[in-house]
Design a protein around this ligand. Structure first.
Ligand code: NAI
Length: 249
């Protein structure tokens, strides 16, 4: 249904977890994928899996929080393929703490990687998309940016920021054929969530109407919709992929 043959995608934080699943799904629909991650070993593994599946891939070490580094990485990708059609801003971290205990470095790290990282990548890649008059930007936000959560004021602020950013970019770039949307996943099985204690995971599960955690593939399916022809009239939206979690709050 979603032919992406001839498309080049850039996915950040693609060395494991949801980013890897998104990359493999894009490749499965025919796209070549530049796998960006601060963890180059993880990125190489993902790129290897994509090549095994018969698509082109390049692994690039990239800390999205560093503007100059992002510039160099995007240049490297554009040396490999002459157009970037799809950008998925997926890299993200948590540094949970109650507000009264939250240290400045915990606040700064989450805002810099999740929000400033999304700004850096989007600004640099859409400059190129703007000239080509085509682009699909998908930002991975979170239900926490909509609902808030105890111990996650930094993370919630970064993800709410991504939602406002997504809509502004959608308005600015629509005249140039570039769409910008966000996905708000709920609780997804990944290395990020596997570290939570079993009782916390059980509490979370009870809050999900569909009764199960999501998978990286659940999120990847929404990405595929947004970047394919099926989603070409959709921009400035936040699509929840959360088993109904956000309506159950
Ligand atoms: P993860 O921790 O398993 O993977 C994150 C990847 O991002 C890792 O490969 C890591 O090396 C990379 N990364 C971290 N800092 C980076 C930086 N500065 N530059 C480039 N890459 C960097 O996390 P997961 O669960 O796969 O999450 C992916 C995205 O989905 C994140 O934005 C997260 O906030 C979001 N999300 C996850 C949910 C979940 O339940 N797992 C729920 C809602 C949103």
């Amino acid at each position: 249904m979603t032919g992406l043959n001839g498309n080049t995608a850039v996915v950040t934080g693609a060395g494991r977890g949801i980013g890897r699943d998104i990359s493999l799904a894009l490749a499965g629909c025919g796209a070549d994928v530049a796998v960006l991650d601060v963890d180059i070993e993880g990125a190489k593994e993902t790129a290897g899996l994509i090549e095994e599946a018969g698509r082109g891939s390049i692994a690039v070490k990239c800390n999205v929080a560093e503007y100059a580094e992002v510039q160099d990485c995007v240049k490297e990708v554009l040396g490999w393929r002459d157009q970037i059609h799809i950008l998925v801003n997926n890299a993200g971290i948590t540094r949970d703490n109650l507000l009264l205990r939250m240290r400045e470095d915990e606040w700064d790290a989450v805002i810099r990687i999740n929000l400033t990282g999304t700004f850096n990548m989007t600004k640099i890649v859409t400059k190129h998309m703007f000239k080509k008059r085509f682009g699909r930007v998908v930002n991975i936000a979170s239900v926490i940016g909509q609902m808030g959560n105890v111990g996650q004021s930094n993370y919630a602020a970064s993800k709410a920021g991504i939602i406002g950013f997504t809509k502004s970019v959608a308005k600015e770039l629509a005249p140039r054929g570039v769409t910008s949307n966000a996905i708000a996943p709920g609780f997804i099985d990944s290395p990020m969530t596997a570290v939570l204690p079993e009782d916390v995971q059980e509490q979370m599960r009870r809050k999900i109407p569909l009764g199960r955690f999501g998978t990286g593939s659940d999120v990847a399916n929404v990405v595929l919709f947004l970047v394919s022809e099926l989603g070409e009239y959709v921009t400035g939206q936040v699509i929840n992929c959360d088993g109904g979690m956000v309506m159950a709050r």
